[in-house]
Design a protein around this ligand. Structure first.
Ligand SMILES: NC(=O)c1ccc[n+]([C@@H]2O[C@H](COP(=O)([O-])OP(=O)(O)OC[C@H]3O[C@@H](n4cnc5c(N)ncnc54)[C@H](O)[C@@H]3O)[C@@H](O)[C@H]2O)c1
Length: 333
């Protein structure tokens, strides 16, 4: 049985990956989270519905406590804990460099010093910045990285730390997963995205459909896309979670790697809003307003590397299903 340390497991994505590991059943899991944006209730729901694990509440900025925990011995670390609000990262960059980059470097050091051989890192499509052009097949892992905000930089710097550490320390291997737009909720209906003040389009549309918001906004309808609104690659959180299990298996007999995780096709903001209206049966108010700084017109993953090198096969590549699962969870909050 493998011992896995999960940071940020009380948050949105970390809780869904913890669920998948518990469902598979082969793992002894410890979750660490400071509950800054995660929820103790999520830990309780995971334990109640999916199985037992250990939960430690502390902040990864406590480097000594982090080292002491890692020294207890783990086969792998899956590292979700981070701050991830892009505008906040522009206003308060040091929070991002400290929490996302410095704490990650410390965690990597603890892993190397204690012989943890596998490290799975939550990276992001934000490392690509605003690509000048995106091929029909989507953006590939070897495309230039050029983040346009401190959040993206903090993640790309962590990738660099991982790359250098893996080069210098034999026995330490990593997979960085670059997530595109993560959405939806546990298909088992027990957990979901509870993030406060979320800006994620599908969650916002679900909240508006349920009357939790009076209206929602579309930021720009004059982009060079078919309907003028931005296009993104939305991936169901359960499919994303399974990519982490694939990454763990992959490191058994492969070297470190970086994988995009998306479906390889996009939907426009207008299409998402329309889909939410249809599945909810609510014709809510949508206001078109100015573009936001730093929103590329289209961002679609080329996820062929992940499909070719692992047995990851998405099951929920269906926008209506993603919207429905988000809506059903939102009703429970
Ligand atoms: N949500 C997305 O669409 C998306 C897209 C790309 C990448 N990511 C990455 O995925 C990861 C998880 O994101 P999420 O959407 O689940 O966010 P989240 O805020 O729901 O989860 C982050 C978790 O980490 C915890 N945490 C943060 N800083 C900590 C610290 N210093 N010590 C201990 N715990 C700490 C929080 O309490 C929270 O439970 C992040 O690394 C994020 O950058 C997310």
């Amino acid at each position: 049985m493998q011992k896995i340390l999960i940071t940020g497991g009380a948050g949105y994505i970390g809780s869904h990956v913890t669920k998948e590991l518990l469902k598979r059943g082969d793992y002894k899991i410890t979750v660490v989270d400071n509950l800054s944006t995660g929820f103790e209730e999520t830990i309780g729901r995971l334990k109640k519905y999916y199985g037992d694990f250990e939960f430690r509440k502390f902040d990864l900025s406590d480097w000594k406590q982090t080292h002491d925990l890692v020294a207890e011995g783990f086969d792998a670390i899956i590292h979700f804990a981070a701050a991830l609000v892009v505008p906040e990262s522009v206003e308060n960059p040091l929070k991002y460099y400290l929490n996302n980059t410095a704490n990650t470097a410390n965690l990597i050091q603890a892993a190397v010093q204690n012989g943890v051989g596998k490290f799975i890192f939550s990276s992001t499509a934000a490392v690509y910045g605003e690509p000048a052009s995106i091929p029909q097949t989507g953006i590939a892992e070897d495309a230039p990285t050029a983040p346009i905000n401190p959040y993206g930089h903090s993640k790309l710097m962590s990738e660099q730390v991982l790359k250098d550490a893996a080069k210098a320390h034999e026995g330490f291997k990593y997979v960085a997963l670059r997530y595109f737009n993560v959405a939806g909720a546990d298909m088992g209906g027990k957990i979901g995205q509870s993030t406060k003040n979320a800006t994620h389009l599908i969650k916002v549309a679900a909240q508006t459909a349920l009357g939790k918001r009076d209206r929602m906004y579309i930021f720009g309808d004059d982009y060079p896309t078919a309907d003028g609104t931005c296009i993104r690659d939305y991936i169901h959180v359960d499919d994303l979670s399974l990519a982490h299990l694939e990454a763990l298996d992959y490191l058994e007999d492969h070297q470190s790697d970086i994988f995009n995780v998306g479906y390889g096709r996009g939907y426009s903001v207008s299409e998402v809003v329309q889909t939410m209206k249809e599945i909810s049966g609510q014709d809510f108010e949508v206001v078109v307003t100015d573009r936001r700084a730093g929103d590329p017109a289209a961002l679609i993953a080329d996820s062929s590397r992940l499909r070719q090198k692992t047995s990851w096969r998405p099951q929920y590549d269906d926008l209506a299903l993603i919207c429905k699962s988000a809506l059903e969870w939102e009703k429970k909050l």
